[in-house]
Write a protein that binds this ligand. Structure first.
Ligand code: PPS
Length: 691
């Protein structure tokens, strides 16, 4: 809303004076209040009524006999937020007037305008954009008042979303989407008012929390340590049609898509919507100097006189092909370059952002410092291909960029469950091109870059005229991971030695990394026996510490209070997964042997562990008939008699793993052989190396 600081209506002026007075002297009589703000008593009464109706003030009966002293008026949290917003706008108007006068008298600007309100006389992409934060003083007050509110502890993804909502990265959004806006975004990629916005930014919560709220209620939004980041007035609450959202936004209701999987298996069932008041930025302890808000970047560009800036979005380490692509883009657009990597949430399995940022820092001096800048973006990506590209463009426009690089398969989620790509390689470019004017940023599109050996340089694959007479080299992401995992050479033409060194530091060869072997199968299938044999074999080999997390042992030591309901089983498996992921992260071997009957939970555990090392799922495929025949612990008999409820395979389901790394049959095969099959599998995956 550029320029809006200057427009303040009489109504807002009166409201501001009323709120300020009530805040200062809530106990004062009506007469004193009316005098202080220069209103008649009748007028004051009308003002009090409408401010009460709008939810800005709270009236309490003092049981006084004096009619004019009878009620006490104090600000609600919403009123305090409104007062803070109006204060900021008044100040901004005064600063703007002063600045204009200064410019008129001296021909230059006063530099007194607070950055977030300096709204005109500047190139569009460099003028500050609106944020949802209130001023420092107001924030301090709101923080105290919000202590009484019901709190929602934000998930990691919601923290990323909230940060960009509050700092203007998601401008024009003013809060989490309302139901109308959500429906419209899902169906048409537009907000209800017609503005282009392709991604539903929603506050998902569980049913219990949603039901405990009333519409119109303010809630405090807190990070995982309980720090209050903002407040939200809940105007909407609804149960979304998640399958429809998946189809429309991500192109398919297919759990192989990471965001669809998140939608169905992680996100809460109910969405809340409403405007947000920003109190403080989420705290980051890492790379603080490199995280800039949209207005900080705009100020930086302004200071350096950068009129054109091309942004490069990335979630991967930079190799030579990327460097060439960014050089070319900057040349083509005759612009400065902003390397703008995502450090919020990317695709499960990506190189962690700590390593990546060290890689970026290592290659930054290969760029001319005077024309290139790197800044980190705390975005939670959705991997939504074409829609995501448009979203990324809007976000970069908000960050003051004029150009945006869209390459091949932008924000691609990988293969679908049929093994095919979710989107065409250039769908993102096509959708972006269609909406370029509205996004307000120009696309610099690139085809795939490949290395031409004879000319010792990178070129866009589609521009190579002499394809048949030159040698074209390329290393895919998968191939790079394989080479790193197996400790193989990574050629100089592909990457920079500094980057390869960093990657090797965090990704040592697989045979030195931690990993998890996760047995799953019916009770009595033989999981524990095989797991024990495997543990002994691995300990005999030596090299890495081995921990066995057997079903029974875990239930005794970690999950003794849990039963066998779906909820409790999930909790049990997530705990095992958590411990295994810590072991894996620290270079050990975790062997787990629970029943783990549900595929979604197994998948979640896989994702947690694969962030640090390999996850080897072994299905011990002993049939239920055989387990019941063996009935080692006598439990099947009890289950048949109904004495044990919810017994897996008898009265509770078991999802057979569809694609385990290994399936072992135990009928007519001895334990040693089963354990040996696992060892062979580990060897073939490079997890144990021959000495
Ligand atoms: S789960 O579903 O993964 O949480 O189960 P898990 O912790 O592996 O179960 C461990 C053992 O608990 C015994 N048991 C039951 N299993 C299944 N269903 C029910 N209702 C049940 N009640 C007790 C069973 O012996 C499991 O043993 P093993 O043989 O170790 O799998």
């Amino acid at each position: 809303m550029p320029g809006s600081a200057a427009i303040i209506t009489d109504e807002e002026d009166r409201l501001f004076r009323l709120l300020r007075q009530l805040d200062r002297a809530p106990e004062a009589s009506q007469r004193a209040t009316a005098e202080a703000i220069g209103l008649s008593l009748g007028r004051l009464n009308a003002e009090l009524r409408s401010a009460t109706d709008a939810g800005f003030i709270r009236v309490t009966d003092r049981n006084s006999s004096d009619r004019r002293q009878r009620y006490a008026y104090s600000l609600t949290l919403k009123g305090a937020a409104e007062k803070a917003r109006l204060t900021d706008r008044f100040l901004a108007r005064k600063f703007a007037e002063y600045d204009a006068l200064h410019a008129e008298l001296t021909g230059s600007h006063s530099h007194l305008i607070p950055v977030k309100h300096r709204t005109n006389l500047m190139q569009n992409n460099l003028a500050p954009i609106p944020e949802l934060y209130v001023s420092y003083d107001s924030a301090q007050k709101l923080k105290v008042e919000a202590a009484d509110l019901v709190s929602w502890d934000l998930t990691p993804r919601q923290i990323c979303d909230l940060e960009l909502l509050m700092n203007g990265g998601f401008n024009p959004l003013k809060g989490f989407l309302t139901e109308e806006d959500y429906d419209s975004v899902v169906d048409t990629m537009r907000l209800k008012d017609g503005s282009l916005w392709p991604m539903p930014i929603t506050l998902d919560v569980n049913e219990d929390f949603a039901q405990s709220l009333e519409i119109g209620q303010d809630i405090a939004l807190r990070d995982q340590e309980g720090v209050i980041l903002g407040t939200m007035t809940v105007t909407d609450r609804w149960e979304p049609n998640k399958s429809k959202e998946a189809e429309k936004v991500f192109g398919a209701d297919d759990l192989a898509h990471p965001a669809v999987n998140y939608l169905h298996n992680t996100a809460g069932k109910i969405y809340l919507g409403g405007p947000v008041t920003g109190i403080q930025q989420p705290v980051h302890y890492d790379f603080r100097g490199s995280r800039e808000t949209p207005n900080e970047l705009r100020a930086y560009f302004r200071k350096l006189g950068w009129r054109k800036v091309v942004a490069f979005q990335t979630r991967n380490p930079l190799h030579r092909a990327h460097q060439e692509l960014t050089f070319r883009a900057a040349r083509e657009a005759q612009a400065n370059l902003l390397i703008h990597p995502v450090v919020g949430m990317t695709k499960p399995g990506d190189v962690d952002h700590f390593t990546r940022v060290r890689c970026y820092e290592a290659v930054l001096d290969k760029y001319p410092a005077s024309t290139t800048h790197m800044s980190l973006l705390n975005l939670a990506m959705r991997m939504a291909g074409p829609r995501e590209a448009v979203w990324h463009g809007l976000i970069r426009a908000n960050h003051g960029c004029t150009h945006f690089i869209v390459g091949r398969d932008h924000a691609g989620p990988g293969k679908n469950s049929a093994g095919e790509d979710f989107y065409g390689p250039y769908d993102a470019q096509d959708l972006f091109r269609e909406h370029q004017d509205e996004i307000g940023i120009e696309m610099v599109d690139f085809k795939h870059m490949v290395y031409v050996q004879e000319r010792a340089q990178y070129e866009p694959a589609d521009e190579i005229k002499d394809k048949d007479s030159v040698t074209i080299l390329n290393i895919s992401g998968t191939e790079l991971r394989r080479r790193l995992a197996e400790g193989l050479e990574i050629p100089e033409w592909f990457s920079f030695p500094e980057v390869v060194k960093e990657l090797r530091r965090t990704r040592p060869p697989r045979s030195q990394q931690g990993f998890t072997v996760f047995f799953t199968g019916f009770s009595g299938s033989g999981k524990s026996t095989i797991a024990n044999a495997l543990m002994v074999k691995l300990m005999e080999m030596g090299g890495r510490p081995v921990t066995l997390l057997d079903g029974d042992i875990v239930r005794k030591n970690l999950s003794s209070e849990l039963g066998f309901s779906k909820e409790h089983r999930d909790l049990n498996i997530r705990r095992i997964g958590y411990v295994a992921s810590e072991i894996t992260k620290n270079g050990g071997i975790a062997i787990c042997a629970p029943i783990a009957p549900y595929s979604t939970t197994r998948r979640a555990v896989r994702e947690d562990i694969e962030a640090y090392g390999a996850f080897v799922e072994v299905h011990v495929a002993t049939s239920i008939e055989e387990c019941e025949r063996r009935d080692r612990k006598g439990l099947y008999k009890l289950a048949r008699e109904g004495k044990i409820k919810e017994f897996t395979g008898i009265s509770d389901p078991y999802d057979v793993p569809e694609n385990p790394e290994l399936r072992v049959e135990t009928e007519n095969v001895d334990v040693d052989n089963c354990a040996h099959q696992v060892i062979l599998k580990l060897e073939s995956m490079g997890l144990i190396a021959a000495n």
